[in-house]
Design a protein around this ligand. Structure first.
Ligand code: BTN
Length: 271
């Protein structure tokens, strides 16, 4: 095939039980490990999600991995790492399992419902999450830890409180998936997207095109309160641009709920 040497997955270290693969990989990073190392775990006792949430899945069922990256990016653009990972996850689920993933800002991969009506409203249930954590030294991104969790071979019926919002790949395809094959494909997709990110390719347009919410009326629960408006765009720094009818605001963290579809034209509102 030619091309540059592989970065992501050039070395894979497998653990049985860890607290969190992100925490463990940070230790490798601090010892000076080159980028591309992947650590995986069968079980995480203290798996973490965004905004301080827990990420705990049944042992031996899923993909839980962290990847050490040292990209030539300014810290301001670290969100691009999450975006490129979301694109790689989406492409892998499409190609390997024939699913139709949609992305939810900032870091979720959803699967549309089969009946189409839910898909039309721009929502779906979460099957994967991404947690990118960075170390910044001066004005440089020293390293990033890209953590990815995909809900695999169990059924969300085990967790009735999560079932309205989350799903598993097994539930989505109707049978157990081949975890090793999926991991292999995911690492290859990540490697190819990461090569593009490193070479300065703009992945934002592709990310936008896979988002479920642009142009929709949304409610965003941010750390500072709940906001509503039109999800107008995603900025170059990864912020969600929310149009409340009079102003445009940039949001850097939050949980978005799509409220309804709209044809509202917001082009003449200024930032
Ligand atoms: C989220 O949806 O909030 C992000 C979830 C990220 C979970 C993964 S699993 C592997 C890695 N290790 C962790 O502790 N978290 C990430």
């Amino acid at each position: 095939m030619g091309g540059e040497a592989r970065i992501i997955g050039r070395k894979i270290v497998r653990y049985d039980q860890v607290q969190s693969t992100n925490d463990l990989l940070r230790e490798w990073a601090e010892r000076g490990e080159p980028e591309g190392l992947v650590v995986t775990a069968e079980e995480q006792l203290a798996g973490r999600g965004r905004m301080g949430r827990k990420w705990i899945v049944p042992r031996g069922t899923s993909l839980q991995l962290s990847i050490l990256l040292r990209p030539p990016l300014a810290p301001l653009y670290a969100q691009r790492i999450t975006q490129m990972a979301a694109l790689a996850v989406a492409r892998t689920l499409e190609h390997e399992l024939g699913l139709q993933p949609i992305l939810k800002w900032p870091n979720d991969v959803l699967l549309a419902e089969q009946n189409g009506s839910v898909k039309a409203a721009g929502t779906g249930r979460k099957c994967a999450g991404i947690l990118t954590e960075t170390s910044v030294r001066g004005d440089r991104l020293e390293y990033a830890i890209l953590g990815i969790g995909l809900n695999g071979n169990y059924t969300m019926h085990m967790y009735p409180e999560l079932a309205p919002l989350a799903t598993t790949l097994q539930d989505a395809v109707g049978h157990a998936i081949d975890r090793a094959a999926l991991e292999n494909a995911l690492l290859a997709a990540l490697d190819s997207y990461y090569a593009r990110l490193r070479s300065g390719d703009d992945l934002l347009q592709e990310y936008r095109s896979r988002l479920n919410m642009l142009g929709q009326v949304v409610r965003v629960a941010t750390p500072g309160g709940v906001l509503e408006g039109i999800a107008q765009d995603v900025a170059a720094d990864g912020a969600l641009i929310l149009n409340d009818g009079t102003t445009l605001g940039k949001l850097y963290a939050g949980d978005v709920t799509v409220l309804k579809q709209t044809r509202f034209d917001s082009r003449d509102v200024t930032l």
